[in-house]
Design a protein around this ligand. Structure first.
Ligand code: AMP
Ligand code: GLY
Length: 439
């Protein structure tokens, strides 16, 4: 894809070929790699650790995403020009700081700024201090005080209880009554269900309304929201069953009108960027705004310090400008000078999961029909797959296995195309939602 003619910046001026390392192993990373590959200035992409599908698009290196010493060692030895740190845990642990200390340019926030996702207490206090709309809340580091608070006369239910730190997307408990709420406090703070992530908790007001994910590029001064999207977090049709990492996405989000977008820009996006700058930790990378459109107006449900997964699988295919160029501008602080174009289209992504996910599930089943799916015009991103070269076959290797993505001028057609492609794919225990885009 051609870069916009007026684009400028570090990469173009240097004019040489780049070696890029993408850290992570899911569908999001596959989507990032496929999008980066369109840029001819990139000569080589490594993925650490990557997955089966990624191994056909990049050279996979068996280093864990959180292994900072080995990752930096690899990047230095292989003269990597640019690293995209995609998942939350290496960001929160300071991967970007460690790579920067070796002189390696990165996409992603440093450790201080990644606290916006790594600590819900930090995020909530930031919002309160800077008047950014969010649910009313209190924070606790003492389980007895938390229990006392929940027992107060005017406590309403459901109540939302959140572990402070990262908890693989499972640290949010919606308690329908006092018993459930006290159980949640107990399991997070005393039984340490999420380890040290539960040393502190946030107890917050339950909000209602449609949810919107807005991923935004920011260099710490300028913020450029991407096309909005709608995740489907529950495991089963009709928005029932347990919360998952996400079972499907449509983009743009039909609830996110131009008027709401303008409100969000004024009351949420710009104030957040300003707040982080004023706190001495300007955020550089992709900031994910998890929003709820409440009767009081849009409110922040959560911030993530990275691209959403599966949101990235539905948003990045809509990008027309070179992703590498935007990422470089984020790193260099020149985002305000970068022109970003989007396709005038809709995108649907249906996640194919292992039976049992998000609870226990089996892996190691052969996947069939991938070529048939792609022949329908869909793009298949791999999340939990392993590739056995000798058999030229992919096997399931995770909870979320594949993301089947399709673009079309209208969302109905994008969904139809994605579901048609899904019909070709099979593996033992395959589970997917049949109602993506209906909620
Ligand atoms: P999170 O892990 O913060 O994304 O939360 C997971 C899900 O819990 C969100 O997508 C919401 O559906 C729900 N949730 C989180 N906080 C609230 C809240 N204050 N009110 C209602 N639902 C919430
Ligand atoms: N899909 C939700 C997330 O990436 O956190």
């Amino acid at each position: 894809m051609d870069a916009p003619s007026q684009s400028r910046g570090y990469v173009l001026q240097r004019g040489n070929k780049m070696k890029v390392l993408v850290i992570g192993s899911g569908g999001r990373e596959h989507a990032i790699i496929k999008t980066l590959k369109k840029d001819e200035r990139i000569s080589k992409i490594y993925a650490a650790p990557g997955n089966g599908g990624i191994s056909l698009d990049a050279e996979c290196v068996q280093i864990k995403a959180v292994d900072i010493p080995n990752m930096t060692g690899f990047a230095v030895q292989n003269k990597i020009d640019y690293v995209v740190v995609a998942p939350d845990d290496p960001l929160v642990l300071g991967m970007v700081d460690a790579l920067n200390a070796k002189g390696i340019r990165c996409f992603g926030p440093d450790k201080e700024s990644a606290r916006i996702e790594g600590s819900k207490v930090f995020a909530k206090n930031l919002m309160k201090k800077y008047g950014i709309p969010t649910a009313e809340y209190e924070t606790f580091s003492d389980p007895e005080k938390a229990a006392e608070y929940l027992k107060r006369d005017n406590q309403s239910f459901p109540a939302v209880i959140k572990a402070d730190g990262l908890a693989l997307g499972k640290g949010v408990i919606i308690a329908e009554n006092l018993t459930q709420a006290l159980d949640a406090v107990n399991s997070i703070m005393k039984e340490k269900k999420f380890g040290d992530s539960g040393r502190s908790i946030v107890i917050e007001e339950f909000l209602t309304g449609p949810e919107v994910s807005v991923l935004a590029f920011t260099d710490g001064k300028t913020v450029v929201p991407m096309i909005s999207s709608m995740d489907h977090k529950r495991a089963f049709d009709g928005n029932t069953g347990p919360n998952t990492g996400g079972m499907g996405v449509i983009a743009p989000n039909p609830h996110y009108t131009r008027e709401i977008a303008e409100t969000c820009e004024k009351t949420i996006f710009l104030p957040t960027i300003r707040a982080m700058k004023e706190e001495g930790c300007p955020f550089k990378g992709c900031l994910y705004f998890g929003l709820m459109l409440t009767k009081r107006g849009p409110a922040v449900i959560e911030y993530n310090c990275r691209f959403g997964d599966p949101e990235a699988q539905a948003v990045l295919p809509l990008l027309e400008t070179s992703l590498f160029e935007i990422m470089s501008a984020v790193t260099d602080g020149t985002l305000s000078e970068t022109y970003i174009r989007w396709k005038n289209a809709h995108c649907a992504c249906v996640i194919l999961a292992s039976g049992g996910y998000p609870d226990s599930y089996k892996t190691g089943f052969a996947i069939t029909g991938l070529a048939g799916a792609e022949n329908c015009g869909a793009q298949v991103f791999h999340a939990g797959t392993e590739y056995k070269q000798a058999e030229n076959t992919f096997y399931t290797a995770g909870g979320r296995v594949l993301g089947v993505t399709a673009l079309a001028p209208a969302i109905e057609n994008a969904l139809e195309k994605a579901y048609k492609a899904v019909q070709f794919i099979n593996f033992e225990g395959i589970h997917y939602r049949k109602d993506i885009g209906k909620y």
